[in-house]
Design a protein around this ligand. Structure first.
Ligand code: NAD
Length: 284
């Protein structure tokens, strides 16, 4: 039976670390500031934004929320970002995705100043991650790595299979595993023999967006299974992994909810702290 990796616990330890460092910054008169923009009234986005604001308050950050109506134009959204880019009291800017369809998500990401892009979605930050010389790591994949570290799970030399190749999760997760010297395979919707490939994984990361997609017959005995998926069915949350059956085979497993989800916010706090330090030329 697998050991459950407790994202709430690990995230709390990350946030405690951030809160301690923030208290020290405040003694120097510096308060990290995060601006969160939400467009429209997607209920899931609303929950995420509320949780981000709560986390900011808990670690001692200043935060601002911009709630813009569904019919906001690109011009209006870009002008909000432009003002935030120039403000000295704002260290991080994030625009909650997904955006309504009429808005150009990539153009919005591109508009956020690179040194305030605490989601690390901009081409410049993605490029830095590729090179391995980065300031911010994308929050969800960074949260996965933090959990592996917390549970002392070795990554170097292991075969890591990532299912999913999105710019937000799959691709950066694979890159971070590679930085830690894993041998990485990325699988996606066109992959052939998916089950056979997954069965060779020492660490299996599921970022597909389909409830119960990873079944026990796809998992090697003793594998570490990281479930990034968040699927809402009748108001209840399910991961991409068929938890009850896979738990019996894996050595470690993340539950949904309470696994990778809480880590994302912890890492956002870490990135915002880092941005504030960079803006004030404070060494790590
Ligand atoms: P996405 O839809 O952009 O990407 C899904 C990926 O799954 C694609 O690359 C696709 O190729 C792959 N895929 C789809 N069907 C497949 C199949 N049959 N076989 C193999 N691969 C297949 O989604 P995303 O943004 O990467 O998110 C993935 C999941 O992670 C979603 O459930 C999302 O809600 C969740 N998520 C969680 C967090 C968190 O904080 N825990 C953050 C972001 C996303």
């Amino acid at each position: 039976m697998a050991e459950r990796m407790d994202g709430k616990l690990v995230s709390a330890s990350v946030k405690q670390r951030v809160a301690d460092e923030t208290a020290k910054l405040k003694e120097k008169g510096i308060t990290p500031g995060l601006a969160v923009i939400i467009v429209g009234d997607d209920p899931a986005s609303r929950v995420y934004v509320n949780n981000k604001k709560k986390a900011c308050a808990a670690v001692g950050f200043y935060s601002e929320e911009y709630t813009l109506p569904e019919n906001t134009t690109m011009e209006q959204l870009l002008s909000v970002i432009e003002v935030l880019n120039s403000r000295e009291d704002i260290d991080g800017i994030l625009c909650q995705l997904p955006l309504p369809e009429h808005l150009d998500e990539q153009a919005v990401i591109d508009a956020i100043a690179v040194d305030k892009d605490v989601d690390a979605f901009s081409p410049a930050n993605v490029g830095k991650i590729m090179i391995g010389n980065y300031d911010f790591l994308p929050c969800t994949p960074a949260g996965v790595m933090e959990m592996l570290k917390y549970y002392s799970i070795p990554v170097a030399g292991k075969h890591c299979v990532v299912i999913g190749r999105s710019n937000i999760v799959g691709k950066p997760a694979a890159m971070l595993m590679l930085h830690e010297n894993a041998t990485v395979t990325i699988c996606h919707s066109k992959t052939q023999n998916l089950k056979d490939i997954c069965k060779t994984a020492d660490i299996l990361v599921a970022a597909v967006g389909k409830a119960g997609f990873v079944t026990a017959d796809m998992v090697k005995d003793g594998a570490v299974v990281i479930d990034v998926g968040i699927n809402r069915i009748d108001g209840k949350l399910y991961g991409d992994v068929a938890f009850d059956e896979v738990e019996k085979k894996a050595s470690f497993i993340t539950p949904v909810p309470g696994g990778v989800g809480p880590m994302t916010i912890g890492m956002l706090m870490q990135n915002t702290l880092k941005a504030a330090k960079l803006h004030h030329n404070i060494e790590e």
